[in-house]
Ligand binder design. Structure first.
Ligand SMILES: [Zn+2]
Length: 179
């Protein structure tokens, strides 16, 4: 019996959900399917624009959470921290006190994605300002900021899986990218 393709980004999803995904992958259609569903691109492609976007969402939904000292795209960040972004909490000596600084680093691949996926990752990182773990309270925060959070996260996982397995992004020609 052939081994089904390993889908590390989709661990934990039930087989009933994964079966159609495997079929689309087998026929090389998964990337195109996601690309068709999310045709737009967001305009926040620089650190500065990203910073503005994060600040606006934080003001609207997480006003009382601790301040974010730094927001940036990090090209060295590949698909880590559960295929998502990376939030870091650093303690720095600040006079006699230790002051916790929060940074939001978003993987460089998010520069060129649909607005839904940028929103999802930023919501995810903002929720981490309150909850460090991926627990129920964490996901409640995510869905309070973006009601379709779970759908977008699942579809992002599909997109990244398609890039891994099919080696293409939607309908584009395959790109040779340095690893
Ligand atoms: Zn996380």
């Amino acid at each position: 019996m052939p081994t089904p393709p390993n889908l590390p980004l989709l661990t934990g999803y039930p087989e009933t959900t994964l079966a159609p995904v495997r079929e689309l992958l087998a026929s090389g259609q998964l990337g195109a399917r996601i690309a068709a569903r999310y045709p737009d691109r967001h305009p926040y492609t620089t650190h500065k624009l990203l910073h503005g976007y994060v600040t606006e969402l934080k003001q609207r939904h997480m006003k009382t959470a601790k301040p974010v000292s730094k927001v940036l795209y990090d090209d060295r960040l590949l698909v880590v921290e559960h295929a998502l972004g990376l939030h870091t909490f650093r303690s720095r000596a600040h006079g006699a006190k230790l002051r916790a600084l929060s940074e939001i680093r978003v993987a460089g691949l998010f520069k060129d994605v649909a607005p839904e996926f940028l929103r999802m990752i930023v919501v995810h990182e903002l929720a981490h300002l309150r909850e460090r773990e991926h627990n129920k309270a964490f996901y409640r925060l995510c869905t309070s900021m973006e009601p379709e959070y779970h759908q977008f996260e699942f579809d992002l996982r599909l997109l990244l899986t398609a890039r891994e397995v099919e080696g293409t992004v939607g309908n584009e020609a395959p790109r040779a990218e340095p690893r």
